[in-house]
Design a protein around this ligand. Structure first.
Ligand SMILES: [Zn+2]
Length: 114
């Protein structure tokens, strides 16, 4: 956990110091490429696009007491996709099972073409 900067207490942008570099090309992230798409209590969901290789990451940045913590993953989602899908309805277990069954039928390619 990284101590919070006294000048910017509680800022999710402070966590970019933890994130630091793009995991794909190692270029330094620039704060202007990071955008907040959701916030709930101490958790901030941030999308960042690398200025060099254009790969994207999603981070959950948590501001807790005297420090910050973050977890991230590489994504192919744009900022707009992340914002839209965050508020979308969750898929159900039945829908997942139905999709699995559909993939394993001879009709799958015809269903996809619809
Ligand atoms: Zn990169």
């Amino acid at each position: 956990m990284l101590p919070i900067n006294k000048k910017q207490p509680g800022s999710w942008r402070e966590a970019l110091k933890i994130v630091g570099k793009c995991p794909i090309c190692s270029a330094e992230y620039k704060t202007e490429h990071a955008r907040l798409f959701a916030k709930k209590e101490s958790a901030n969901l941030v999308h960042i696009c690398c200025g060099k290789c254009q790969s994207s990451m999603l981070f959950m940045i948590m501001i807790m007491g005297q420090g910050l913590s973050s977890v991230g993953m590489v994504t192919d989602l744009s900022f707009e996709d992340a914002s839209r899908l965050y508020s979308a309805r969750e898929i159900t277990l039945d829908e997942v099972l139905e999709g699995h069954d559909l993939i394993n039928t001879d009709q799958f390619i015809f269903e996809v073409k619809k």
